[in-house]
Design a protein around this ligand. Sequence first.
Ligand code: NAD
Length: 298
Amino acid sequence: MVASIISGKEFASRLRKKVTTQVSKLKSSLGSVPGLDVILVGNNPASEIYVKNKAKQTIEVGMQSTKHMLSKNVSEDELLKQINTVNIDDSVHGILVQLPLPDHINTQKIINSIEPTKDVDGFHISNVGLLATGQKAMIPCTPLGCLFMLKDYHQDLSGLNAVVVGRSNIVGKPMAQLLLNENCTVTVAHSKTQDLPKVCRQADIIVAAVGIPEFIRGDWIKPGATVIDVGINRISYQDSGTTKPKLVGDVNYDEAIAVAGAITPVPGGVGPMTIACLLANTTTAFCRINNVEEPSWN
Ligand code: NAD
């Protein structure tokens, strides 16, 4: 068996087109467009690239994009003041504080200071609680992108056994909640899980969010299972005596593709979906704030 490839790149492109259409309709009917404000503290090179990409794509779909670049030495109080300014600004519908923050800043306190209706990352404690209780929440972008691809591929996830490897607040836990809300039987595996290969072999769906290159092996996968690889790991390899960089996931792709029924590649899988979902979330936030019908992105 050779697995079908679930192209996040193509799915994300379709989702961005839907967002563009929605934004244009909102502009015609309400005379305004969704605004996404991104706050970046310090000059972590990876964060700068993420913020630049987010701003570029925000503008491409017709939204308003504003970047707030703060010094790495900014105090927690100054950052809270900046967040309050955008919280009460009616032209801002989505607020994203790029993580990680410097050590002297309490990340959870900052996240919880964002107005929950504008919390397009879905990390605010209110949104975490709403999702956990199956209510209307802002849903974290990476697991939301994984869910969109899974629902598109399977149509109905009800009754499937899902194993989520990783229990982080930004990927593993919300992913498990989303799959539970879709009536999957969900197992969350983590660094203390015993006999992980055996746990994975029970899965109709594996979502890998571990952060270890090519960690999930082919013989851990049930034949025909769907594999969503969230991992983004930069490794180097030797090619004709030269060291070259390479991006790999948390799943051993070459082994998995021979066993799985479907798999997301790295790059071109979950990664592009994350930013597309951020744009979708910002549009959803705009609709909720303005009391207009929110789009169904499926
Ligand atoms: P994290 O470090 O916060 O969490 C990793 C999780 O893996 C932990 O819950 C830990 O218990 C588990 N784990 C560690 N070692 C393990 C082991 N030996 N066996 C089983 N479980 C183990 O990471 P994260 O933020 O959830 O990110 C996970 C991966 O996803 C990383 O590669 C990250 O770069 C990637 N990521 C990608 C996107 C995207 O847009 N595609 C977004 C976020 C994260």
